[in-house]
Design a protein around this ligand. Structure first.
Ligand SMILES: [Zn+2]
Length: 357
């Protein structure tokens, strides 16, 4: 089996680190972290780049779990979907971004943020971990966009308008099964303005968790490739979190990408979170895009540390097993390079390139 560098569209490892507390930073850097990802296992797998999400759990879910160090997993069986106040989102977001900057500072140059397209020039040659700072749900952004530029300066380069809950910008889909993504209204006027501002700054707009009307609003307004960082195929698993053929076609037509998730509930045909999907189930979703829309529009979007992951895959090192299985299923080296990193790199470069800072 060949070695491929891997770029992942989504993980929630920062939330995991927030749950575990400050001492987890050393474990993340030196291995043995009780999580799907740490630097040591990432390095051994060729996991060299990823969108690291900043996600704010609701106050209720924090208080129910007793303390911040016991924060619930984002995709718990019954997560709290109620809207969250902005002040809470700002505090939690700032704390998480500070934690990430502490990790980068302690990493002796082996972990870096991707700020501009040129930062990816050496991606395939230089080992290390390149991070896109991603905000999963825009609750921390104020309605006048005063702090968007501030977060941009702190490294924000990707933003999901919503998580699966409503906010002032738009509406998310539920995590019920089965269901359609076509629920709720499209973007608000604030949401429309946020799309324009992200285009101008060179911030990737992530449409994972967004409802279908919101998706079509972004497809109409955005001048950048459409990105869904972690989802599956609705035809194969009818979760409202998964994408219809029309949506997949629009993503391909925009030269965009879907990161196929490894989360049981979005991969298994019966949507069961508590039973494990197989490597072949994951590959069915990847292959669906290859067959019907083209190999250029699919990548990985693991959801490590944010979801119950297929047991055959396990943790970040399981990506090697997935690649081996993809080879067995007839994917060529050329196709594997595109899935493992080249498609993500293309979309990131195309979106970040326009910024003038
Ligand atoms: Zn998510």
């Amino acid at each position: 089996m060949k070695n491929y560098p891997v770029f992942d569209g989504h993980n929630d490892t920062l939330l995991k680190l927030m749950r575990l507390g400050a001492s987890s930073i050393e474990q993340f850097l030196h291995g043995n972290l009780d999580a799907h990802i740490d630097r040591v296992r990432a390095k051994s797998t060729g996991y060299r780049g990823a969108f690291f999400a900043v996600f704010t759990p609701s106050k209720k879910s924090i208080s129910q779990s007793g303390s911040r160090t016991m924060l619930p997993a984002q995709h718990a069986l019954k997560p709290d979907m109620s809207p969250i106040p902005r002040s809470h989102a700002v505090n939690f977001t700032n704390d998480t971004i500070n934690l990430l900057h502490r990790i980068i500072g302690l990493s002796k140059g082996t972990i870096a943020l991707i700020n501009k397209a040129e930062d990816l020039k050496t991606f395939t040659q230089v080992p290390g971990l390149s991070i896109i700072l991603h905000l999963e749900g825009a609750e921390a952004i104020d309605a006048r966009f005063n702090n968007l530029q501030r977060y941009y300066k702190k490294g924000l380069r990707s933003l999901g308008l919503v998580w699966s809950r409503r906010n002032i910008f738009g509406s998310g889909v539920s995590l019920d099964f089965p269901g359609s993504p076509d629920v709720g209204p499209g973007l608000s006027e604030y949401g429309i303005e946020l799309v324009k501002r992200c285009n101008q700054l060179g911030i990737i707009l992530d449409l994972a968790h967004l409802n279908e009307k919101g998706f079509w609003d972004v497809a109409r307004l955005s001048v950048k490739p459409l990105v869904v960082s972690h989802a599956g195929i609705h035809r194969l698993c009818p979760s409202p979190r998964n994408l219809s053929d029309r949506q997949l076609e629009a993503i391909a037509n925009s030269n965009g990408i879907t990161g196929i998730t490894f989360a049981n509930g979005l991969i298994r045909a019966d949507g069961r979170i508590d039973l494990s999907a197989t490597l072949n189930d994951i590959i069915d979703h990847i292959d669906y895009i290859r067959k019907h829309f083209g190999i250029d529009y699919v990548g990985f979007g693991s959801d490590f540390d944010g979801a119950r992951i297929a047991e055959q895959l396990g943790d970040v090192t399981g990506i090697l097993k997935l690649i081996e299985k993809l080879e067995e299923r007839g994917f060529t080296e050329h196709e594997l390079r595109k899935i493992c990193y080249a498609n993500w790199l293309r979309v990131i470069k195309e979106t970040l390139a326009s910024h003038r800072c």
